[in-house]
Design a protein around this ligand. Structure first.
Ligand code: CAO
Length: 439
């Protein structure tokens, strides 16, 4: 077993450089090139690697000592001799940190060091065959333990804000950075982006023309969150159909004077509420929610149906209770009353809770179909578009009929396609046959 002294290599014109970290302790077994100490000059930190593999017999410097080229820093009981340092080396170009950390040949006291190029960044040129400079010209002051931690956590040192003396990075800086990132991801994931979904990059719209930043209302924010939550959590399937509402429209026309007398307007929505309630009774699978334990369905015996209302504050969904127990006049009156309450901002939280199913009607506005987003934890929603006169084949001829386009979105975790087919056909038959609704 031989004994070898490890000394500080040529530091160029830097003298009295401070030892800021001991990377090993007496008794440790070290490998060739393993960092023994870390130095810090006014401009850079540098690790001084061991030139020999073996046991550390002594460390002849301590933190705070000032060293210079040739200062012996450690005695190693060698198990294998290191290769001598080459006497010349082509200077490497200015490189990024990755490259700077590339291992260089060790420097030992008994090897000639005179030809070693300067390792200090005074030249701003990290060189091969010098002490390992852990900084690039972007000057990151961080010891090996900090670098090791950053590597383990996949952190780019450039992203971390250093808080130590003279801008030195500490392990706490790295941990704080990771904590901050995790917190940010949780917030963004919950409010804006789904977990694991790549974020939509921010755009500076003002580059393309004049813009104005408008604050969202409270209702806008609730809609944003509810829609996003439902869209990313529920596997939606949407199915299209159309109901022949010719008879229903005739009936509504006949009821006009009654409507005026009672001061209640019977729009198609009242009939749709009745038809949906009958369908929910007939096919109770649609009146379920997934239990939070993921192991049960919650089967509801009540039939409360929400109606989407467009208000100046944003979209609101008041719930009409016990639709199955109410007649068309009651439903017509309640639709008007709830929509007015919603538009005047008078809905109480209880008015918007407990829905089993939702109807979103854009019939007054137009369109021939849309894919409504389920109002979770409900499992289905009916989208209503504008009634259109269409030529329909009656077996002999094409006859003009008033057709109401309908869409049904359902949560495929709870409802299968065949269930939806049966439910939807039933609902369409109900609305197409006014007798079934009024009886
Ligand atoms: N086809 C053709 N005409 C229709 C229709 C349809 N499907 N549905 C309603 N209409 C007619 C009504 O009969 C009424 O005509 P008259 O005045 O001649 O009788 C007119 O359109 C206006 O109806 P309305 O809007 O006052 O009443 P409604 O019961 O149909 O709807 C409400 C009430 C609250 C649902 C509706 O006002 C509303 O806010 N709809 C928007 C819902 C929404 O925003 N959905 C999207 C949600 S998520 O994207």
């Amino acid at each position: 077993m031989a004994k070898e002294s490890v000394a500080i290599p040529d530091l160029g014109n830097a003298d009295d450089v401070e030892v800021i970290e001991l990377s090993v302790k007496v008794g440790d077994t070290v490998a060739v090139d393993q960092s023994l100490i870390v130095l810090e000059s006014a401009k850079a930190t540098m690790e001084v690697p061991s030139s020999a593999a073996g046991k550390v017999l002594a460390l002849t410097v301590k933190v705070g000592d000032k060293v210079t080229s040739g200062t012996v820093i450690a005695e190693i009981e060698t198990t294998a001799s290191a290769e001598p340092a080459p006497t010349s080396a082509a200077p490497a170009p200015a490189v990024a940190e990755e490259k700077v950390e590339k291992r260089v040949e060790p420097v030992v006291a008994k090897q000639p060091v005179a030809t070693l190029p300067t390792a200090m960044p005074s030249t701003e040129q990290p060189q091969a065959n010098s002490v390992k400079t852990t900084k690039s010209t972007t000057e990151i002051y961080a010891g090996p333990a900090v670098r090791q931690l950053a590597r383990e956590l996949g952190v780019e040192l450039h992203d971390v804000q250093a808080s130590g003396p003279r801008g030195r990075m500490t392990q706490d800086d790295v941990r704080r950075y990771v904590k901050h990132l995790v917190g940010k991801m949780a917030t963004v994931g919950a409010a804006v982006q789904g977990s694991g979904i790549p974020p939509i990059p921010a755009v500076d719209f003002s580059k393309f023309g004049e813009i104005e930043l408008l604050p969202m209302t409270r209702v806008d924010k609730i809609t944003r969150d509810n829609m996003h939550r439902s869209w990313v959590n529920l596997p939606h399937v949407t199915q299209w159909d159309e109901a022949d509402v010719t008879d229903l429209e005739e009936f509504r026309a006949d009821m006009k004077s009654d409507m005026e007398k009672r001061k209640i307007k019977l729009t198609p929505l009242a009939f749709l509420l009745k038809a949906a309630s009958n369908a929910l009774r007939e096919y109770p699978k649609f009146n379920r929610s997934l239990h939070e334990d993921g192991e049960h369905f919650v089967q509801k015996s009540y039939v409360h149906i929400g109606i989407a209302v467009d208000t100046p504050m944003g979209l609101m969904v008041p719930v009409i209770r016990d639709v199955d127990k109410k007649g068309l006049w009651d439903l017509g009156a309640e639709v008007a009353q709830m929509s007015e309450k919603a538009r005047n901002g008078k809905l109480m939280p209880a008015d918007m809770q407990g829905g089993c199913f939702t109807i979103s009607s854009l019939g007054a506005m137009g369109g021939n179909g849309f894919t409504p987003i389920i109002n979770a934890p409900e499992v289905a929603i009916l989208g209503v578009s504008k009634t259109q006169m269409k030529p329909m084949w009656n077996g002999k001829d094409f006859a003009p009929r008033k057709m109401l386009p309908l869409t049904l979105s359902y949560d495929h975790r709870v409802i299968n396609g065949a269930d939806a087919g049966r439910f939807f056909t039933f609902l369409v038959e109900e609305i197409s046959d006014i007798r079934r609704l009024v009886l």
